[in-house]
Design a protein around this ligand. Structure first.
Ligand code: LRH
Ligand code: MN
Ligand code: MN
Length: 430
């Protein structure tokens, strides 16, 4: 497939009957915002400039530890995954880049780049996979059952380091500028591993990976509280991640996956602290109620997503450029629809945070007026910014209602006829 996956005429036919209502809603919101001194077009321009990368592994149906129920027309391999990512971008216009996972997405770099360019896509951070074995892969003869970068066998560590360097080299050929490292290393029983020595081995391995970074690249360490290890995890929280990033050097920073924390943890405060340390590298957006649930961004707790964006808007300024990515797994929805919706929810939280009256907020904070400070912040969250999101999409050539346009396109039925059903399908483990 080359060129846009959905007929542009279909998008135009979808938008035409909706354009008038959007114009009215946008004008009404514009008048309301103008009363508070806010220029709606300026907000729309900032929203339109905000993009978030989609995960290649997110376009397949995921699974749980218990079962995987494949959906129709699932992508078979990375080229079809890119096709699906192009649909998300064509209709939503918020996701021009894809984050690849190696070796799930292993393919000749020139072909990958060519296919992506034909679809108008670029590549965001690369992800390495040393959290499962790769049978039949000559680069991975040794097992990661007992860890990877922190393994007590130097040969396994060397294999895991070499894999990460391999990911960097692929990324270089693709125009990526970052490597995200998440490891599943840890232990299931007290006494099983020496927590201090395991961390030292991890750091030594990360130093080798760091040394292989090209100019202009960043190395993200991604923490996660538990799973697959259930007693101790080597990079279990932002404190450990920050220690690693600080000891590695300026190219290293921390990546915050929203689902990798205990319920009720104040994630926006972690964002603030990492930014204070100059080590806020990037995000994996998703939503969660219990653990690493990988649900659609904003689907459980949109207020928390807004509070994260409130910090980001507050921190915004020269040189502040975290990498924004989605990390989701879809079990009961069409992944394309879920990813369109998540990107929209992420932009919604951003737009709402842009509407917060920061001068008033600061004044209420300074006066210890807790109630009015809270009200001022919440006013941004309460705003219905739907017309701003739709305007940004439509002006960029996307669909006013992207999920409706996607359904009207019958893309899923078309690819289901072209792609044979299979029970397996790599890249579903998140
Ligand atoms: C780990 C994780 C990490 C992996 C992805 C597949 O739970 O969030 O980002 O690379 O899932
Ligand atoms: Mn993640
Ligand atoms: Mn995860």
């Amino acid at each position: 497939m080359s060129g846009l996956p959905i007929d542009p005429d279909l998008v135009a036919r979808h938008n035409a009957p909706r354009a008038r209502a959007l114009a009215e809603d946008y004008d009404a919101l514009g008048s309301r915002l103008a009363r508070g001194g806010v220029d709606i077009d300026a907000v729309t321009a900032r929203v339109a400039a905000f993009t978030v990368a989609v995960p290649s592994w997110g376009v397949g149906t995921g699974g749980t530890r218990f079962a995987r129920f494949p959906g129709p027309g699932e992508p078979r391999g990375v080229f079809q995954k890119l096709d699906d990512c192009a649909v998300i971008q064509q209709l939503g216009r918020a996701t021009p880049a894809v984050s690849l996972h190696i070796p799930w997405d292993e393919a000749p770099a020139a072909e990958l780049r060519g296919h992506a360019e034909a679809l108008g896509l670029a590549f965001d951070a690369m992800n390495s996979n040393t959290f499962q074995d790769h049978p039949g892969d000559a680069r991975h003869p040794l097992s990661y059952k007992f860890g990877s970068l922190s393994h007590n066998d130097p040969a396994v560590r060397a294999q895991a380091v070499a894999h990460n360097v391999h990911c960097i080299r692929i990324g270089e050929a693709l125009g990526s500028k970052a490597l995200t490292v998440w490891i599943g290393d840890g232990s299931n029983f007290p006494g099983q591993s020496h927590m201090g020595r395991a961390f030292e081995r991890y750091l030594a391995s990360m130093e080798e990976i760091y040394a292989a970074l090209p100019e202009g690249w960043r190395l993200f360490s991604e923490h996660k509280m538990y799973e697959p290890a259930f007693y101790s995890t080597v990079v279990q929280d932002w404190g450990t991640s920050l220690l690693a990033a600080q000891s590695l050097g300026p190219k290293a920073a921390c990546l915050v996956d929203l689902g990798h924390h205990a319920p009720n943890v104040n994630i926006e405060m972690i964002v603030s602290r990492l930014a204070h340390a100059g080590k806020l590298g990037g995000f994996h957006f998703n939503d969660s109620r219990y653990g690493d649930d990988d649900l659609d961004a904003g689907s459980i707790d949109p207020f928390r997503l807004f509070l994260v964006f409130n910090e980001l808007v507050d921190l915004d300024g020269p040189g502040f450029a975290p990498a924004y990515m989605i990390d989701q797994s879809h079990n009961v929805s069409d992944p394309i629809e879920s990813l369109i919706r998540s990107a929209d929810e992420i932009r919604r939280a951003y737009a709402q945070a842009l509407l917060v009256d920061r001068a008033a907020l600061e004044a209420f904070q300074g006066a210890n007026d807790a109630l009015m400070a809270s009200e001022t912040l919440k006013a941004g969250f309460r705003a219905d910014v739907g017309p701003i999101l739709a305007r940004a999409r439509a002006d960029a050539g996307g669909a006013i209602d992207p999920v409706a346009a996607y359904r009207a396109s019958a893309y899923r039925a078309r690819v289901a006829a072209e792609r044979p059903a299979a029970q397996g399908g790599g890249g579903g483990i998140t």
